[in-house]
Structure formats: structure tokens, C-alpha cells
Design a protein around this ligand. Structure first.
Ligand SMILES: [Zn+2]
Length: 163
């Protein structure tokens, strides 16, 4: 069954469960979705529940609980989307209608709490999704240049360069 969420995207079955798909073409750089949801702190016990996997880290100690349809966006090690300015899911290349919309979860993770066994199937799959700081440096640079790394992580990376 397909759930229609907005005119621009839809949620449908995919190899890892359900995923977010493009209903119409998106141009490189275009806004796909604005993400929002209830706020949670790092100390909240929800991190250790199944629902905790739907939290998006937006600050060193702050998270939002993703809502449909954004919550259905799966991880890819070779993504076609990214999150700019903490909340804006944008296309990082042209996306065709019917294509699954994925972003690299590592661009939002710096917590040492959560990892994911990756089944994205891309040729450059890393196998395990971990914190941003564990990515190879060329990949970190690439994502930083694209402006799709959560602000609190990007600031930390800039600071590291002065050490
Ligand atoms: Zn992968």
C-alpha cells in the first residue's frame, strides 16, 4: 500500500521496509521537505527504545522525533539528498520521479549512541553507519562543502582544524 503524504513525495515499500520516494522531479539543490517534530534531550530514555531510531540529532544534546513522511527517508552511503541547516531536506543531485530519496545518516550523527548495519546496496556501501567523525576525511570534506552536515557537527569539524 502506498501512503500519499504530500504532493511532492510518497511513502512506499522498499527492500528495507518502507521508504520515501519522489512523486515529481527534484532539481539539484531543491528543497524536498522541511523536517520537524517534538524535541528530546540526549538524556531522554527514549533513545533506548525502538522509537529512538527515529530521532534526528539537531544539536550536541538535542533531537527531534521525525514525523511522516520525513521519518521514512532511509540511509544511503551514496545518497541523493541531504539535510541542510539542520531541518531542510534538499536534493544533492537531480532526482527523478519514482526514485527513492535517501540521505547519509552519518551527516547527522555525533553521539556515540547508535550504529546501523547498512543494507543500502550501493557500490560504495560502508557496511556500518556510524558517527560523522568516523567517516573517511575525504567524505567528511565533501559533505561539509555541500552544506549538508548538521550545524553542531560542522562547527566541531571547523574547530578541529585549529587544534
Ligand atoms: Zn551503505
Amino acid at each position: 500500500m502506498t501512503i500519499n503524504c504530500q504532493r511532492s513525495v510518497f511513502v512506499a515499500p522498499c527492500p528495507v521496509g518502507r521508504g520515501l520516494f519522489a512523486e515529481r522531479p527534484f532539481r539539484h539543490g531543491e528543497l524536498i521537505l522541511r523536517l520537524d517534530g517534538p524535541r528530546y534531550e540526549r538524556e531522554d530514555p527514549i533513545h533506548f527504545t525502538e522509537e529512538g531510531a527515529n530521532l534526528l540529532q539537531t544539536g550536541l544534546k538535542s533531537y527531534i522525533m521525525l514525523q511522516p513522511p520525513g521519518v521514512f527517508a532511509n540511509h544511503s552511503c551514496d545518497p541523493n539528498a541531504g539535510i541542510a541547516e539542520n531541518r531542510r531536506m534538499i536534493a544533492i543531485r537531480d532526482i527523478a520521479p519514482g526514485e527513492e530519496i535517501c540521505f547519509d545518516y552519518s551527516t547527522t550523527m555525533d553521539e556515540g549512541l547508535w550504529t546501523l548495519q547498512c543494507k543500502c546496496g550501493s557500490e560504495i556501501c560502508r557496511g556500518l553507519v556510524t558517527d560523522f567523525s568516523h567517516l573517511p576525511s575525504d567524505k567528511r570534506e565533501m559533505y561539509l562543502k555541500m552544506g549538508i552536515v548538521q550545524g553542531f557537527i560542522a562547527r566541531k569539524e571547523r574547530y578541529k582544524k585549529f587544534l
